[in-house]
Design a protein around this ligand. Sequence first.
Ligand SMILES: Cc1cc2nc3c(=O)[nH]c(=O)nc-3n(C[C@H](O)[C@H](O)[C@H](O)COP(=O)(O)OP(=O)(O)OC[C@H]3O[C@@H](n4cnc5c(N)ncnc54)[C@H](O)[C@@H]3O)c2cc1C
Length: 351
Amino acid sequence: MRIAVVGGGLAGALLAWRLRGTAGLCVELFTGRRRGGWDATAASGGLVRGFEPAPESCRLAALSLAELRGSPGLRTCSGYRETGSVYLLPAGVDPSDGAAVVDELLPGSVTVRSVGELTGALPFRALPEDALAVVEAAGGYLSPARMRQAVLHEFAAGGGSIRAEVVSAVSDGPGVRLGASAAVGYDLVVLAAGPWTVNLLADSGLPAAGLRTKLIQYTLRRGGPPALPAFVDDVTGLYGRPADDGCVLLGLPSDRWHVQPDEIQPDPAFPHRVVSAARRRLVGTTFDASDGRTVAGCDCYTDPPGLILRSTAAPGVLTFTGGSGGAAKTALAASREAAVQLLAMAAGAER
Ligand SMILES: Cc1cc2nc3c(=O)[nH]c(=O)nc-3n(C[C@H](O)[C@H](O)[C@H](O)COP(=O)(O)OP(=O)(O)OC[C@H]3O[C@@H](n4cnc5c(N)ncnc54)[C@H](O)[C@@H]3O)c2cc1C
């Protein structure tokens, strides 16, 4: 049984590693050669937590965080830092189902608090009185790029094949084409090419089936509050976490859809927007809007969001993308579940 995984970002690397590790299948991972290795995994802010408002994302995030925290190897290789996490929710969003999922998988980590209970305890201000906060002791941030590097190393050491080649198209069969050469056949082909998946499907004459790209950017600034947990403020969209060298990472959602992943540039107005949003929401800031660094990347989005296997119009060709800006926190569990599904498909094909 031969499986080709196209794309060596966090999704493809973890999937190939799971497939090789759990079943010892013949897995070939095509990693491409793009922008000096710059991809969503390299750009990622790496915020991780258990809670997500969407139930399926919450289940995968909490499972992933439980696996990460339970594995000294994964914690170390990913540079995991446990700062805790706060998720601020506007009125009308009930977090109790998600909080129950987190509590089951990470017992004692999560509490839901009103704004009144937060005052003075955490560095937020000007919150609507009816907002709620999901506060987690577990969670924080990691380096998806370091985790990718470690699992690729283990994948290769365990006999997996890594090919630093760009797949030009996939075909029925299923098969993979490199440049203008004839397609090489596999039993299953999985496109885990992140935001490039959209172009790869088009180049293969296949519909994008709801997958699309969107710009994501954040800025790194000095002058944040001294004790900042990883946080998401769903009232304004602001998110952030502590970073190295006394900086904080601060982001806001963008609305730039359908960007080309090889042509991403930071938006010059972004740092001013995000710093002014952070000054309004965070206490004790001394930001200098002109001093810092802004990082831009893009990810593959879909509705409903989620890093899961999806079939395509070509039999035997699947996609494993669609993390929609959040797959660093779900990729461990998502790749485990995808590997189980692929093994079941492979076993079915053999019978
Ligand atoms: C700026 C930014 C900040 C983020 N912050 C967070 C966060 O704080 N928390 C969180 O949970 N998530 C975050 N995310 C999302 C998360 O990082 C991504 O969902 C995840 O890394 C996606 O990984 P991927 O493997 O699907 O895609 P990618 O990392 O983009 O990998 C795709 C790979 O496919 C390769 N490829 C492309 N085309 C081909 C081809 N034809 N042949 C062979 N290889 C090919 C590319 O070279 C690339 O290496 C962020 C994303 C970005 C961009």
